[in-house]
Design a protein around this ligand. Structure first.
Ligand SMILES: Nc1ncnc2c1ncn2[C@@H]1O[C@H](COP(=O)(O)OP(=O)(O)OP(=O)(O)O)[C@@H](O)[C@H]1O
Ligand SMILES: [Mg+2]
Length: 304
């Protein structure tokens, strides 16, 4: 697994920013990380990149533990933080050389040159970062995240504030990078997920509320069948997603789950087999049909 998050909880004083989050991301997956403002996305990303310790739980990234092997994690992870902090009074090349120095890379100027090509910074490479437009600053941010050729990229809202042209270009860039790397990317834009991601994880108020294979988004079929099911015990979303035919596993409340599936498949036999294999009781099961957009809104709307 490229990213493994196990029961991560993070408290800021009395506020619970993350509440028992668990999921796994396989090598090469491009995962969209969604949730309303304040859901805890940036907090989890800071934890996975060793900028912030969790209150409890554990995680490993690129096979290394965030506590005991944090230097290894940093070596194998590229991180574009929220708001893309950069030194505005450095030149583009100067900054990228500084970053490669921090990583202890040997062939610095060759790497900087390759990165500038890869992210399309060529025409702007001789400018001060402070003189760049927002889209080009994003490219500098992506370049610094990738300069050490990490296996895993963690990108916190990489396309926020871009104009429509730059948006298309930066998305295409991320998509191209995603062919070789594992990417966890946060965004507020559904179309972005549709364009780039294989899978979607949605959190709300620090809790994981959906783990969705984005096939369903890509296919453009917003209507699909769903099965509401109540188990007698705790069960994890990523295990439910392994049931053949299941496209989406959302926690409704407690041990009640909604499993979306292609309308052509009857997943009920597989769900019963899953329950038997995992020694779970099935307390109830019924069919339902909803649109994905509604699912997102319903899962993340403020509860009165
Ligand atoms: N350093 C901090 N100290 C105290 N509270 C914090 C701190 N950082 C984040 N929080 C709180 O934790 C919660 C989650 O914040 P986080 O930045 O992770 O959300 P987010 O999902 O990234 O939101 P957005 O979509 O607005 O970027 C928020 O309520 C926020 O106010
Ligand atoms: Mg954030």
């Amino acid at each position: 697994m490229s990213i493994s998050v196990r029961h991560i909880t993070k408290n800021y004083g009395s506020q619970k920013a993350l509440d028992d989050i668990s999921f796994e991301v396989g090598a090469g997956e491009v995962v969209g990380f969604l949730g309303p403002n304040g859901a805890g996305k940036s907090t989890l990303m800071k934890i996975l990149t060793c900028f912030l310790p969790p209150t409890s739980g554990s995680a490993s990234v690129a096979g290394s533990d965030i506590y005991s092997q944090s230097l290894k994690v940093r070596r194998n992870v590229g991180y574009l933080p929220e708001h893309n902090p950069l030194y505005l009074d450095l030149y583009v090349k100067e900054y990228l050389e500084l970053v490669s120095g921090l990583h202890g890379l040997k062939d610095r100027s060759a790497r900087v040159k390759r990165m500038i090509e890869q992210v399309g910074l060529g025409p702007e490479q001789h400018k001060l970062i402070g003189a760049l437009s927002k889209g080009y600053r994003q490219r500098v941010g992506l370049a610094q995240a990738m300069i050490h050729d990490p296996q895993v990229l963690i990108l916190d809202e990489p396309t926020s504030g871009l104009d429509p042209n730059q948006l298309v270009e930066v998305r295409a860039l991320i998509k191209r990078i995603g062919e070789e790397k594992t990417i966890l990317l946060s965004t507020h834009i559904m179309q972005e997920v549709e364009a780039i991601c294989d899978r979607v994880i949605i959190i709300d108020k620090g809790r994981l509320v959906a783990d969705d294979k984005a096939k369903v988004l890509r296919s453009g079929k917003l209507q699909r069948e769903a099965l509401e099911i109540e188990f007698g015990q705790d069960v994890r979303a990523d295990l439910l997603l392994n049931i053949p035919g299941v496209l989406l596993a959302e926690n409704k409340q407690g041990d009640q789950w909604i499993l979306a599936h292609d309308a052509s498949v009857d997943i009920r036999p597989a769900v019963f087999q899953f329950a038997v294999d995992h020694q779970l009781q099935v307390l109830g099961m019924q069919k339902s049909e909803r649109a994905l957009e509604d699912v997102f809104k319903e899962l993340t709307r403020p509860k009165s």
